[in-house]
Write a protein that binds this ligand. Structure first.
Ligand code: NAP
Length: 490
């Protein structure tokens, strides 16, 4: 009998899992989604200018080519449209329970008991709690789903309007306003150009400069779109070329190989060409190796910073006052603060409480940093599989590729789950995986003296995959074999 599967999250990962089950004829699954729409990070991040810096044809499922992309790099509405199209085409929307948050998941020796609450955040009535059992649980809650708000004294005293980039306040018109943007990561780089064009004055607070390389975006002309649609194999060839480019040129830079110097030169040239003022250029020049933090891929960010109505402030923020942002050099009066301050990326499944075999707590197991075999499985947590789990993020290629590899692995585990009951990854396999990961991590640039969302406060890189992605595909394509064992009692 097909196992009863709970999928948590209806973003790119959860939908991919649902579609694969559906295509395999397995209908005994439920997708839990805490929000009232699908899309995950692409539903949450609706700030002006939001989009992806991975080309459209690669930032999509391999099994669902899409002729409708209008640009080389997709904007957020288009990505959301694509996901909606996939959910409808493969008929998985009917299986999504919207407005239902999984608060707790506990393994009872045979099944996962999920405690859910129904009701939207902020609703007046108390959410109702329910419990349901499943044979297997696929957790796909993303790495960047919980906004990180900084702890700056006085934040709650601010008299104006403030919000996080991933919780954009669309009712708040920025026309002519005095705006502060705190943070200069990828989100800030995308939202600053449209905000600068609308605001009266924009104060950009930068703590650490990022390396920035150009994004050669363009709309597809009608002929290109027709060709991509109708010429056999063209879309696949284009996708493959984009994928290989990332592996062949960007990955070696992150592994501190031959292309690191070239990438650095490209970024410095981009800065020189777009920022004529040497004082501003100095502020924007990073002093750590390129790739250590996520490289910003954008061609509109620097020009926005050179506008007359934009200031880049690098003085340390001391506090927020009712009237604005105070730095060591004085107060910047503003009526709006946008926190483009990133996400609580190393906390993985939080705030969900997960307890595995014998009541073991996942958050305790991960106290020194999250880890999972292939980024997918955790010893003592039988029949629990993660999508976009620990050490599966990329700085150089498409996450959708990684998600599909993970779903392949989970699908390969499925007959064993159905046939033998609970299975779990062997502890010695997990230990060997960690050793291998640590060795590979030593080569990578992420440990080279910068702080980033890729690592814990103690400096352990818990988010990124340190190898080339074809290797990850090979590892996840292998039959699960001896890596798993029937779950022992207790
Ligand atoms: P982020 O890269 O973590 O950037 C957060 C920014 O906030 C940094 O500039 C950080 O400065 C600053 N910050 C945090 N706390 C601060 C404080 N207390 N005081 C002053 N500044 C503070 O977050 P993000 O820009 O939201 O991007 C997160 C990730 O999402 C990206 O790296 C990327 O992977 C993904 N993303 C992708 C795209 C895309 O096109 N594919 C677009 C947007 C986002 P420090 O650097 O000094 O910490």
């Amino acid at each position: 009998m097909a196992p009863k599967v709970a999928i948590i999250g209806a973003g790119f990962g959860g939908l991919c899992m649902a579609i694969r089950l559906e295509r395999a004829g397995i209908r005994s699954y439920t997708v839990f989604e805490k929000a009232d729409d699908l899309g995950g990070t692409w539903r949450d991040n609706s700030y002006p200018g939001a989009g992806c810096d991975i080309p459209s044809h690669l930032y999509s499922y391999s099994f669902e080519k899409y002729a409708s992309w209008t640009r080389r790099y997709p904007g957020q509405p288009e990505i959301l449209g694509y996901l909606s199209h996939c959910a409808d085409k493969y008929d998985v929307r009917r299986k999504i329970r919207f407005g239902t948050e999984v608060r707790r998941a506990a393994f009872d020796g045979r099944h996962w008991r999920l405690t859910t609450t129904h009701g939207e955040e902020g609703e007046q009535t108390e959410p109702t709690e329910a419990t349901e059992s499943f044979d297997m649980m696929v957790v796909s809650v993303g790495q960047l789903n919980r906004p990180h708000l900084p702890e700056i004294p006085g934040m709650s005293d601010f008299a104006g309007t403030s919000f996080h980039s991933a919780r954009w306040n669309h009712d708040h018109d920025l026309t002519g306003r005095q705006v502060a943007v705190i943070g200069t990561g990828s989100s800030a780089a995308q939202l600053i150009p449209p905000v600068a064009a609308q605001a009266g004055r924009l104060h950009v607070f930068q703590r650490t400069p990022n390396w920035v390389i150009p994004k050669p975006d363009a709309a597809f002309g009608p002929l290109t779109r027709l060709a991509l649609h109708y010429v056999p194999g063209l879309q696949r060839a284009y996708r493959e070329a984009v994928y290989r480019y990332g592996e062949a040129t960007l990955y070696p830079a992150l592994a501190q190989g031959w292309s690191a110097g070239l990438l650095r030169k490209q970024a410095l040239r981009h800065l020189r060409e777009q920022v004529p003022d040497p004082v501003l250029r100095a502020k924007l020049t990073p002093d750590y190796p390129i790739g250590c933090k996520r490289v910003v891929i954008d061609s509109r960010f620097y020009p926005a910073l050179t506008r007359d109505n934009v200031d880049v402030i690098t003085d340390k923020i001391v506090r927020i006052t009712p009237r604005g942002v105070e730095t060591t050099e004085g107060l910047r009066e503003v009526d709006t603060i946008v926190y483009a301050t990133g996400f609580r990326s190393t906390e993985f499944l939080a705030p969900m409480e997960v307890t595995g075999r014998g009541g073991r707590s996942l958050s305790e197991r991960w106290a020194r940093g999250a880890e999972a075999y292939l980024g997918i499985s955790v010893p003592e947590f039988p029949n629990m599989f993660l999508l976009y789990g620990p050490n599966t993020n990329l700085g150089h290629n498409s996450i959708i590729f990684m998600l599909e590899c993970q779903v392949n692995h989970i699908m390969a585990c499925l007959p064993r789950v159905a046939g033998q009951g609970p299975i779990e990854v062997r502890p010695e396999v997990m230990a060997a995986w960690t050793r291998r990961l640590d060795a590979a991590m030593d080569r990578m640039v992420w440990g080279s003296g910068c702080q980033s969302w890729y690592k814990t406060a103690e400096g352990r890189v818990t988010n990124n995959w340190p190898g080339p992605t074809p290797l990850y595909r090979r590892l996840t394509a292998r039959p699960p074999g001896d890596a798993y064992r029937p779950s022992p009692a207790g």
